[in-house]
Design a protein around this ligand. Structure first.
Ligand code: NAD
Ligand code: DAU
Length: 357
């Protein structure tokens, strides 16, 4: 029986990790343990996203540690101090465009950081049962699909950006620790997430905010690239199922099985935002601006999720268009949060790099 009592969540101040902590503490009756959130608070990390969680659960069931997953001493101390029995590893550099401009941090955090955590777990858990290291990864490790087909867990890895190559490398390291040292690991590869608290460099929040501010909507290439969208809560419920009842050493695909061409998604967002703010959709449509394509832009992702559905009894439950309406409302109603996350290091980076497109 897995303990799931003292869970180390890395990257819990980011988009998916933060929503995971909220889901577990507020909305998962069969979780009664404690969460330790280790996050370096990079440009993408915002601890204020969890201020209500801190106020409600701080000390007893939720603890925050600011620090870098590459810090060998700190990570070892955290295992010891909190008696960690489970790791859910979200922390990463996560944005493909940034990995093209500056890949260094991706190698450092995604590869070296994951290795540091694995080593700490291997040392601290030597001789212990009921422990688990779950690594959160991406569908991008599989590369790019043609017009048909979907990725399965046995699709060979073929990453094509520095981001996906760094994630693929970390996935291989996780599996190597299982095969070589017997470290109890699981791995999940998920498709594009959307929902509240996503940093507004990613497609959906960027488009919502540009629409609100009447700024151009940069569409890369011909806009016909396809992504498979899933609500962050559906992703996180799948991760929870994996923690509860997966088989050690297995990897699971998670996705919405919900493919959208970027341009069609942007047009849907235009309609939702127009309705929400009382604007004319045709006026907003004029903001669409086709720009230079992302180098190495993967054409299509699609996930086959048969394994997790059949073996762990997981299903996506959030309807995409309803989820989008709620997400638009969330961004329009949380401008203070948006201003907060856009005010720091990211703003400098985007001013320096974005105009190149
Ligand atoms: P994010 O960029 O929103 O958050 C990443 C978090 O990691 C931030 O809080 C940041 O401060 C922290 N972090 C970065 N470097 C760190 C370091 N060296 N030490 C400690 N903390 C550090 O990312 P996200 O979108 O929430 O993604 C979380 C995980 O899920 C990533 O591993 C990503 O590869 C994976 N993933 C993301 C998606 C998606 O659509 N966003 C889909 C599939 C998988
Ligand atoms: O597939 C899972 C991955 O999804 C995760 O592993 C990554 O962490 C996450 O960032 C996301 O990667 P993408 O590159 O697919 O997401 P992004 O939101 O950057 O882009 C989605 C699509 O929209 C992609 O085809 C590029 C396009 N795009 C993106 C931006 C930011 C545009 O056309 N214009 C834009 O301004």
């Amino acid at each position: 029986m897995r303990r799931l009592e003292n869970i180390l969540v890395t990257g819990g101040a980011g988009f998916i990790g933060g929503n995971f902590i909220r889901l577990l503490l507020e909305n998962t009756p069969d979780f009664s343990g404690r969460i330790i959130n280790l996050d370096a608070l990079t440009y993408a990390g915002n601890i204020a996203s969890l201020s209500d969680v801190q106020a409600k659960f701080g000390g007893e069931r939720y603890c925050f540690e600011q620090g870098d997953i590459r810090d060998v001493g700190l990570v070892a101390d955290i295992f010891e101090k909190y008696g960690i029995d489970t790791v859910v590893h979200f922390a990463a550099e996560s944005h493909v465009d940034r990995s093209i401009v500056k890949p260094d941090a991706f190698v450092q955090t995604n590869i070296l950081g994951t290795f540091t955590l694995l080593e700490a777990a291997r040392r601290y858990w030597a001789g212990r049962d009921g422990v688990l290291f779950h690594h959160v990864s991406t569908d991008e490790v599989y590369g790019s699909l043609g017009e048909t087909g979907a990725f399965t867990e046995t699709t060979p890895y073929a990453p094509r950006s520095p981001y996906s190559a760094s994630k693929a490398s970390s996935d291989h390291m996780v599996m190597a620790f299982y095969h070589t040292y017997g470290l109890p690991v699981t791995l999940s590869n998920c498709s594009n997430n959307y929902g509240p608290y996503q940093f507004p460099e990613k497609l959906i929040p960027l488009m919502i905010l540009n629409l609100k501010e009447r700024k151009p909507l940069p569409v890369y290439g011909d806009g016909r690239n396809v992504r498979d969208w899933i609500h962050v809560d559906d992703h996180n419920r799948a991760v929870w199922r994996i923690l509860q009842c997966s088989k050690i050493g297995e990897s699971y695909n998670i996705g919405g099985e919900n493919e959208w061409e970027n341009i069609r998604l942007i047009q849907t967002l235009i309609e939702i935002v127009a309705k929400a703010v009382g604007a004319d959709a045709d006026d907003l449509n004029r903001l669409v601006a086709f720009v230079k394509d992302r180098p190495g832009h993967d054409r299509r992702y699609a996930m086959n999720c048969t394994k997790i559905k059949r073996e762990l009894n997981w299903e996506r439950v959030i309807d995409f268009e309803e989820g989008l309406v709620k997400t638009v409302d969330w961004y329009l109603g949380n401008i203070e949060w948006v201003d907060g996350v856009r005010s720091g290091a990211y703003r400098c980076w985007i001013e320096k790099n974005y105009k190149e497109r």
